[in-house]
Design a protein around this ligand. Sequence first.
Ligand SMILES: NC(=O)C1=CN([C@@H]2O[C@H](COP(=O)(O)OP(=O)(O)OC[C@H]3O[C@@H](n4cnc5c(N)ncnc54)[C@H](O)[C@@H]3O)[C@@H](O)[C@H]2O)C=CC1
Ligand SMILES: [Mg+2]
Length: 307
Amino acid sequence: MSLYCGITRRRKSFWCCRLLSTYVTKTRYLSELKEDDDACKKAQQTGAFYLFHNLAPLLQKSEHQYLAPQHSLLASLQKPEMETELKGSFIGLRKALFQLNVKDASLLSTAQALLRWHDAHQFCSRSGQPTKKNVAGSKRVCPSNKIIYYPQMTPVVITLVSDGTQCLLARQSSFPEGMYSALAGFCDIGESLEEAVRREVAEEVGLEVERLQYSASQHWPFPNGALMIACHATVKPGQTEIQVNLRELEAAAWFSHDEVATALRKDNPSYQQQNGAFPFWLPPKLAIAHQLIKEWVEKPTCSILPP
Ligand SMILES: NC(=O)C1=CN([C@@H]2O[C@H](COP(=O)(O)OP(=O)(O)OC[C@H]3O[C@@H](n4cnc5c(N)ncnc54)[C@H](O)[C@@H]3O)[C@@H](O)[C@H]2O)C=CC1
Ligand SMILES: [Mg+2]
């Protein structure tokens, strides 16, 4: 698509033309919809919608997968009629997330986080008056004092600690049986990413991080919309003795490269072994914890690059 812009200098007009990439065009269009209620209302007439009921998206079950159908603007129907009409059911996102394709999982996570934020920010914290949502849902405004509230994400660090040959994985009692993951924790106010990683590792397993390396980030819808910031970290040589903080974790342990590589190849084994224990398994592909662990398996030295 072309952009034409007119620049007037010293009474002469110059016209320049340049091609905008599809990504830039789309981004600018979305940015316009956030600011322009009329343009957004117009877009809604031809837009596609995901449906939610009490924060649960309407999904259709297909073998081992969930499909997230999109709909045009619908007449208002009650939940049971809606499910019958659209041949699906409203299913909790926690249950369905890992059985959705990447695009639907990402869009539904964003949508749910936004809906949850609106639900929790109905009133101005200064005036106590009801706030008003713009059409796009990208902000809320207090009509009495004009304070603008924007949706928030909470930063969370997630760190795969390694001693160069093994990596440290932990589990909380709320995790599914047998699943271990990298260490995660909410950033405290005023902290840098590096400080949050060092503090969380010290708090949860009693180790001192020597070096850390940023890997990637991911929006995570639970519990209230988090920005997961993933890092690799190494601990000081010879200082690998774990002291698990049992208020936060149920268990933590060092795992060898072979153990982790084998677990990475398996799906969630939802069976118990003969001795009653559940086999060791890792978070599913969609979770950034999985990507972090996979990176380490492919390149165990990824955390010992120069800082
Ligand atoms: N996408 C992924 O791969 C993974 C995501 N996670 C997410 O990371 C999040 C944080 O991990 P945790 O170990 O639970 O955090 P954590 O180690 O900071 O412990 C949670 C506790 O921190 C306190 N806390 C401090 N600030 C908080 C805030 N802003 N919101 C809520 N609680 C706060 C509360 O007392 C809470 O019980 C989890 O909610 C989990 O959903 C965790 C592992 C993997
Ligand atoms: Mg934690």
